[in-house]
Every structure is written in structure tokens, then in C-alpha cells.
Write a new protein. Structure first.
Length: 490
């Protein structure tokens, strides 16, 4: 596709929004744009805006839940349409269930357990996107928000319950590398936190939104995110009360409570309303449905304390310290949780992605004791050491900066086949000083700076040609600093 310029009618704070068509490429089968029912003069869009920087789309949202949702849907309408098609393709291929199944799950199982505040925001996203010409409704948006928890947690639970003998084999993924450190381990004895998001490139190349949200109630939020989703979902963010959070997924977790509250609601609510580590833990555990079970790394810049919450459904152990660190790379650390809530995770298999990265992360923390800062964090997220196989850089499924598309082994624990097009799709880091200014650094694409070229990959690996309609190049941008309230660079 040529780099045809699209001039959006969105004018906020004197900023003309200009995007390249190739950066939001629409599938051939996407619904045609319809005349917008709202215009930039619509009062619901007041004070909201968007701009592009460093490969990211920065979006400022402000106001009531319905206004924040409408702004989100309207400003990101092309990206939401594109992301929805990618999620539909991935979810239906993986589960062998059609999109109407996901809409029905959204309507009947998830919607009744969503707080009214977030029902209003989700409806607002649907209304905003529709006003900008995208043909969808609120149940498409709810299903999109649940794209991490329904295919990998609810569907396996449902298949077992229905005794689906021919159901595809599904396993909770184990994607991401992260750490949080404080006290004697960091250069200024304050908190440093970092995270790279591992996921399929099909979805991850679209995970390039910076959300600056100023809600009517609760704390201001700065987080990365996915178009159309109300929480970060790979979960890196901070709020104005000094809370800093990230997580990595618990490999091979099994568990689902149909009467619980969706994880995407609990994680958004926790970041919006927590003023302390205890607040965050309490809110995210409230109504736990077992979906998208994660190891949460939480910091409070006001106290310098950090915590590690292993959030299973039955087991939720918590560790905390003011002088130390926690690393996370999708390994469960609580023996009871491993025994009761995983399908056989082996913490002693040094060849597995999660354990090899665990070993390398521990090594780097010890090497950098007393020197850890945001620059060291960027090096951590970009690291290519394979701790199991060699002391030479080998970007693969065992390196902290993941490149599973280079691996002939794949990742059996996640049902990733050899050369699966997935790995680290972006990285973020911040420290207490930056967090006090509501700021972090982020890099779109592989944190190491390498590019993924879709056509070249598919030529070598035609077994993934089912992704061809939507898989595109993922080129790395520069490390870029973002701050709440910032405007586009001149």
C-alpha cells in the first residue's frame, strides 16, 4: 500500500491529526466508512485529542465515563476497526468458534458483571466508533476487551464442562518479561519498573496506543494499550496517586468463575482508584473470575515499597519489600498454586522459555545491583541471552526480548508451534521520579530495535498463511518519552 495521507477532521488544541494509510491498514473486508454522526465540534469530544509519535498513537481522554468512551471510540475508530478484525481472526482460528459465540459470551456472561461506570464507557466506545463510520455494537467492544481472557480461560473451561472431545488444545499463554526494583538495587534507591509485551505479532503490532485518561472520578492514568480496550491489557501503567504497575501471565493457568467480574474491568478499576499497594490488591481481587491470571508487580512511589501478587483464582499470595526486586517472566512461584491451578507447569525445566528467562533476569538483577535505572531497564528489555543454550546472544523464545519466530522449538507450554510469529512487541520503563511527573519511556516494536517483515516471514513459513490478510510489518521505533497532558511536538 502506498503511503497515502489521510487528513482526519479531528482538530483539538489546534492539532491537525494526520496519519498514514499504511499505518492503519484496513482489511479488504472491513465495513465501509459511513458519514460521521458526530463532528469535531461535538461537545463530547471537547478537550480530547490524538497525535502520532515514535510509532505510537497518543490519545488524551477526559470527562465522564460515557464521554471518555465516546472520545476513545471516535478518535481511534480506524484503529479499532482494524484491531477488531485481527482479534476476530485470531480468536476464531484458535478456538474454532465463530465470532457470534464471542458476542454471546460478552452479552450473557460478561456484561451483567461489569460495573455501571465501565458499561457506560464501553457503550461510549461503541457509540464513538459508530459515529465515525465503523459498523459495530457494544457486544463487539466487550468481546474485544475480553480477547485475553475468553479464548484462553473461559473457552478451555467451557470445553471441559461440555466434554468437547474434539476441541482444540488451548493453554493459557505465558507472555511478557518484567521486573520491579527498589532500595539498594536501584541507582537512586527509588523504584524502577519495566515490561515488554510478548504476544502474537498479529495483535502486538497493533498494541501501540498511549492512553492519557483524566476521569471524572478516581486518579489520572497514563498507560499503554490496545485500540478499543479500556485497560492496558498487557498492563503497564501509573496513576497520579503514585501507583506503578505491570504484570506477566501465569503459564498454563487453569480456572474460571462464571459469576466473577471480567479481568479487564478489575485491572482498569484498580489502576484508576488505587492509592496504595493494599488498595490495588483489594480491588483487583474483588470479584476475581480467574481470567487472564497474572503475576502483578506493584510499586508505590510515595513509600518506595514494591509488591508481587500472584493472582490465581484459589491462591493469591503476596510478597512485598522496600529493599529488593521482583522479576517475572510467566513462571508461577507459589508451589501450592502450581500444584492446584496449573496444568503441569514445571519450574525445573530450564529449557522452557519462562524458566530460561527467569534465570537470565535474576542474573541481570544481581549484576546491576545498585545501578538499576531506566537506561538499565531498556537494556534488560532488549536482552538476547539464551541462558539455557549458550552465552552468545540468540534472539529466540528464551531471550528476555522474545523472538519466537526464530525458534524451531516453539513454546509447547503455550501451544506455540515452531517459528510462531510472536514475541516481544514493545517495551516500557519508568522510575519514581518520572512517575511523579506522570511519565514513562516506551518503544514500539521489538525493544532491541529489530524489525519484523511479514512478507519475508510468510514466504519462509507458509504454515502461517492464514494470518496473511492482516499480518503486517512490525518496525521498531525509537525509545520515546511520554507524559500525561503532553501535546504533539511542533
Amino acid at each position: 500500500m502506498s503511503n497515502r495521507l489521510i487528513f482526519s477532521p479531528l482538530l483539538h488544541f489546534g492539532i491537525a491529526v494526520v496519519v498514514f494509510a499504511s499505518s492503519i491498514a484496513q482489511p479488504a473486508f472491513a465495513s465501509p466508512a459511513k458519514p460521521a454522526a458526530a463532528s469535531p465540534s461535538d461537545p463530547r469530544l471537547e478537550n480530547s485529542y490524538r497525535f502520532q509519535q515514535g510509532g505510537w498513537t497518543y490519545v488524551h481522554l477526559e470527562g465522564s465515563p460515557s464521554d471518555i468512551g465516546f472520545q476513545h471510540g471516535y478518535l481511534l475508530a480506524p484503529e479499532i476497526a482494524d484491531a477488531l478484525e485481527a482479534v476476530k481472526l485470531s480468536d476464531t482460528h484458535q478456538t474454532q468458534r465463530d465470532w457470534e459465540f464471542f458476542r454471546k459470551t460478552a452479552r450473557e456472561m460478561l456484561w451483567p458483571h461489569i460495573d455501571a461506570e465501565y458499561q457506560q464507557e464501553l457503550q461510549g466506545i461503541a457509540d464513538g466508533a459508530k459515529a465515525h463510520g465503523v459498523d459495530l455494537d457494544v457486544y463487539d467492544i466487550v468481546a474485544l476487551n475480553a480477547f485475553e481472557e475468553v479464548p484462553d480461560y473461559y473457552v478451555p473451561w467451557l470445553n471441559k464442562r461440555e466434554k468437547q472431545a474434539k476441541a482444540p488444545k488451548l493453554a493459557a499463554p505465558g507472555n511478557c518479561s518484567a521486573f520491579i526494583a527498589t532500595g539498594a538495587y536501584t541507582k537512586d534507591h527509588q523504584i524502577v519498573i519495566a515490561h515488554n509485551n510478548w504476544t502474537s505479532y498479529l495483535q502486538g503490532e497493533r498494541w501501540v496506543i498511549i492512553f492519557d485518561i483524566l476521569p471524572l472520578h478516581g486518579q489520572r492514568i497514563l498507560m499503554d494499550g490496545f485500540p478499543g480496550v479500556i485497560t492496558s491489557d498487557d498492563d503497564f501503567g501509573l496513576n497520579a496517586a503514585g501507583i506503578m504497575i505491570t504484570e506477566t501471565t501465569i503459564t498454563q493457568f487453569e480456572g474460571w468463575d462464571p459469576n466473577g467480574k471480567p479481568e479487564f474491568v478489575r485491572s482498569r478499576k484498580a489502576l484508576q482508584y488505587a492509592k496504595s499497594i493494599d488498595d490495588y490488591v483489594r480491588i483487583i481481587k474483588e470479584g476475581n473470575n480467574g481470567g487472564y491470571a497474572n503475576d502483578w508487580l506493584i510499586g508505590d512511589r510515595k513509600t518506595g515499597e514494591i509488591a508481587y501478587l500472584e493472582l490465581g483464582l484459589k491462591n493469591t499470595p503476596l510478597w512485598r519489600t522496600k529493599d529488593g526486586y521482583f522479576v517475572s517472566s510467566n513462571f508461577a512461584r507459589d508451589p501450592k498454586l502450581i500444584r492446584e491451578e496449573t496444568s503441569g507447569f514445571d519450574p525445573n525445566d530450564r529449557s522452557s522459555s519462562m524458566n530460561a528467562r527467569h534465570a537470565r533476569a535474576e542474573e541481570l538483577m544481581k549484576q546491576a545491583k545498585g545501578k538499576i535505572d531506566v537506561e538499565v531497564a531498556q537494556q534488560f528489555l532488549s536482552d538476547h541471552e539464551d541462558s539455557f543454550q549458550s552465552d552468545k546472544p540468540q534472539p529466540n523464545e528464551r531471550s528476555l526480548c522474545g523472538h519466537a519466530d526464530n525458534s524451531p522449538r516453539g513454546v509447547k507450554e503455550w501451544e506455540w508451534n515452531p517459528y510462531n510469529p510472536g514475541g516481544a512487541v514493545q517495551g516500557k520503563a519508568t522510575d519514581s521520579k518520572m512517575a511523579a511527573n506522570m511519565s514513562f519511556v516506551a518503544r514500539a516494536g521489538h525493544p532491541c530495535g529489530a524489525d519484523f517483515l511479514a512478507a519475508d516471514f510468510l514466504e519462509r513459513h507458509p504454515e502461517y498463511s492464514w494470518q496473511k490478510p492482516l499480518l503486517r510489518d512490525m518496525k521498531a521505533g525509537p525509545w520515546t518519552t511520554f507524559q500525561a497532558g503532553q501535546k504533539a511536538s511542533p
